[in-house]
Design a protein around this ligand. Structure first.
Ligand SMILES: [Zn+2]
Length: 82
């Protein structure tokens, strides 16, 4: 697997995720896998928190652990004034 650039970041549905680090693991069959850790800002409270995804960045958590609402979609950009 290719190394991920240090300042790599992606945007998912208008929410920015900054790459933090990759963690490798070995499963029971001896196969090596990896998951990726990202930092993002909660669209509800603005707190920064970490999100873990598989190697494919798909449907990441949108809200922090305090605000999480499974099944409830984030609607639009709900940003606070800086
Ligand atoms: Zn939150």
């Amino acid at each position: 697997m290719k190394a991920v650039p240090h300042d790599f970041a992606v945007e998912w549905d208008a929410q920015a995720y900054r790459f933090v680090r990759q963690e490798n693991y070995t499963n029971d069959d001896g196969a090596i896998g990896a998951f990726l850790i990202w930092e993002t800002a909660c669209p509800d409270c603005g707190d920064r928190f970490l999100v873990t995804t598989g190697k494919t960045f798909r449907a990441p958590n949108r809200r922090c652990g305090v605000c999480k609402s499974p099944g409830k979609r984030v609607r639009g950009k709900k940003r606070r004034a800086p």
